[in-house]
Design a protein around this ligand. Structure first.
Ligand code: ZN
Length: 266
């Protein structure tokens, strides 16, 4: 027996406004399920950088990045030194590697200096991630600022792994260049309004990576009269205000009732 007569039963996604599945409705549903673990707006999957980088940031927040301390806690660190390989002066915990390590912090400071922002490290990685949006110098820079976070985190991890697996030296200047290149390239590719070349943007990241609102394109409306003895009502297209002047017309006389000052429409 159908649930509603005259309407065929269908499968509907009840968390979407139209009964259709969408990623945004799924994300909102997930957030409502875990209100105590709200991710900062920066770290929602917005598609502002490559997916592997966004997923890495999510793993970072979940403290599931396999630094040496985590490997040892899994019993996989036999014979493995816990020493941070970027500074050789601390134990490689997630907090140390990504925030407190002098090498990493210098990279953060370099990135922030492009926007003339100064800050000090938070006590926890979670606080650092949650507070990142608040450090953004202006709303127009928010997208590039978010990209900077992803670029720094990803570059720290890349240079750390290159040292371990490829024996490449972790040179801070190279890392800073890579961070800047990533921010510019991602902004060029995923951002909006970047009209400059990558090389020009590299010269001034702050002024180049500004989001510009793109005006909506309005398609011109075309009114086509009906053929034959039919009435054509236009009840919403010319409505203005609630309530306000509205109009209707028919195909034969092409008359319309709108407002006193313009009683006819073409
Ligand atoms: Zn270190």
């Amino acid at each position: 027996m159908p649930i509603r007569r005259w309407i065929d039963d269908t499968i509907a996604w009840t968390y979407g406004s139209k009964g259709e599945f969408s990623v945004s409705s799924f994300r909102k549903r997930l957030e409502n399920c875990s209100p105590n673990d709200q991710t900062g707006s920066v770290f929602q999957l917005k598609g502002w950088c490559p997916p592997k980088v966004e997923i890495f940031a999510w793993q970072l927040r979940k403290r599931s990045v396999l630094v040496r301390e985590v490997l040892c806690s899994f019993g996989m660190g036999q014979g493995l030194s816990k020493e941070c390989l970027l500074c050789l002066s601390g134990s490689e915990t997630i907090y140390h590697l990504f925030i407190h390590c002098p090498w990493s912090w210098q990279l953060w400071c370099t990135g922030m200096s492009w926007w003339e922002v100064l800050s000090c490290p938070n006590n926890t990685l979670k606080d650092w991630m949650d507070g990142w949006s608040g450090l953004s110098p202006s709303p127009r820079c928010a997208k590039a600022w978010c990209m900077l976070f992803f670029a720094v985190g990803w570059t720290i991890w890349e240079f750390r792994n290159n040292f371990i697996f490829k024996r490449q030296k972790s040179i801070l200047e190279q890392a800073a260049y890579m961070v800047k290149f990533r921010v510019v390239w991602w902004f060029k590719f995923y951002g909006s309004g970047a009209q400059h070349s990558v090389s020009n943007m590299m010269l001034n990241v702050k002024e180049s990576c500004i989001s510009i609102a793109i005006p909506r394109k309005l398609s011109p409306g075309v009114w086509i009269p009906h053929v034959g003895e039919k009435l054509k009502f236009n009840v919403d297209g010319s409505a203005r205000g609630k309530p306000g002047p509205a109009g209707y017309g028919n195909s034969q006389s092409l008359c319309a009732l709108r407002r006193e000052s313009s009683p006819y429409c073409p």
